[in-house]
Design a protein around this ligand. Structure first.
Ligand code: NAD
Length: 348
């Protein structure tokens, strides 16, 4: 039995990753499309065998309600549109898988959670890293203290993004700059690995003056987080430097390094520990799995078996709260304390 998905937004991620990923899915199939471009939609529908009557314009989005083939909607629109399309999708009676970042503000995230609860529909945020085998292995190493107690984590996710006209540089559509787009991977992955929530953050934000890309959103954010166990983490994200996507976990008896850590394929995992007097470095070879197929099948499984997704709306809301605190710290030039949260696993 496969859950039928409607894909909303036929941009880069949908065309290059999500649509091809259905080929590797066991519990998910694409049955409907929503797009503002009828020609593009026609081409995609023909290629993937989607019925003409299951192709919708944005104006017709709410008509998905009457399409019995669709059980779930996957929202792959600019960030500033996630809240509206999630809420309307839930009101149309469909389960929602929403791309990261969940939305632009804490208030929007809360409204999305409330709307899905009210409609008795499931909501999952597409944090593909949490379903990926390399990262799952690291989480296990951290949780089981394979290299002893974790002391600190450094994480970077940055790239040199061009095209100032793209929605990613528009505050209303993107919510922010590098932090919610790519820095979010550092934040979410660290919370995932540690299974606990930060109690304090300090952030710095910088944009190159007169760079046309950064009139509305930030170029670069560097931030520190403190966790209840004593772990301290340092993260960097940017739209202004050469590709760099990695993290390193330092524990008292060894370290774990993933570089690259955040692309769709080709992740490299390495660990080191003292072996006698030598420091032994081991490369861990794990086969890549399609990250989008894995996360979609997880959501389908939750729908079929009536379970809560591993990364529900509350997970996106928590990241949004922390990102807002990082921006506040940078604005006010002081550390910001966060409301204590019980173990992250309380979300599930
Ligand atoms: P994109 O610009 O390639 O696609 C966005 C789509 O939205 C386009 O088809 C565009 O036509 C449509 N759209 C509808 N209304 C629009 C408007 N008012 N302005 C601009 N576009 C509009 O972007 P993308 O890279 O596919 O990103 C889409 C979403 O997916 C974002 O939320 C992004 O953060 C997320 N994303 C996630 C990952 C991941 O690895 N999980 C990777 C890339 C993007």
């Amino acid at each position: 039995q496969r859950v039928g998905y409607a894909l909303v937004g036929l941009g880069h991620l949908t065309l290059n990753q999500i649509l091809p990923a259905f080929g590797a899915c066991k519990k998910s199939k694409v049955v409907a499309l929503v797009s503002g471009s009828p020609e593009k939609m026609q081409k995609v529908a023909t290629q993937y065998g989607i019925k003409q009557e299951s192709c919708y314009s944005y104006a017709d989005y709410d008509k998905l309600r009457d399409n019995k083939d669709v059980q779930a909607i996957y929202i792959v629109l600019p960030n500033g549109m996630h809240a509206e399309y999630t809420i309307r999708g839930a009101q149309a009676g469909k389960h929602i898988l929403c791309e990261k970042p969940m939305a632009n503000t804490v208030a929007e995230c809360q409204a999305m959670i409330d709307a899905c609860k009210k409609a008795n529909r499931k909501l999952m945020i597409a944090y593909r890293i949490q379903y990926e085998p390399h990262h799952r292995m690291v989480r296990e190493m951290v949780q089981q203290e394979k290299f002893g107690k974790v002391k600190s984590i450094m994480a970077n996710n940055g790239q040199n993004s061009d095209n100032p006209k793209h929605w990613r540089f528009n505050k209303a559509l993107a919510g922010g700059g590098s932090l919610p787009d790519v820095g979010l991977y550092c934040l979410n992955t660290i919370r995932y690995l540690l299974g606990e929530e930060p109690t304090e953050v300090v952030g710095y934000v910088h944009s190159t003056p007169k760079d046309p890309r950064f009139t509305e959103v930030e170029e670069q954010v560097n931030w520190l987080m403190k966790f209840p166990s004593g772990v301290q983490t340092s993260c960097a994200t940017s739209y202004g430097h050469h590709d760099d996507k990695n993290y390193k976990v330092l524990a008292d008896k060894g370290w774990i390094k993933m570089d690259p850590a955040f692309p769709y394929t080709g992740l490299e995992l390495e660990t080191s520990q003292a072996e006698g007097k030598e420091n032994q470095v081991i490369q861990h070879k794990i086969a890549d799995k399609d990250q989008f197929a894995t996360e979609m099948d997880h959501f389908s499984d939750c729908i079929l078996a009536d379970k809560t997704p591993y990364t529900p709306g509350e997970e996106g809301l928590q990241d949004q709260k922390i990102m807002e605190a990082i921006y506040q710290s940078a604005r006010e030039g002081r550390p910001i304390k966060l409301m204590p949260v019980d173990k992250k696993d309380a979300f599930r």
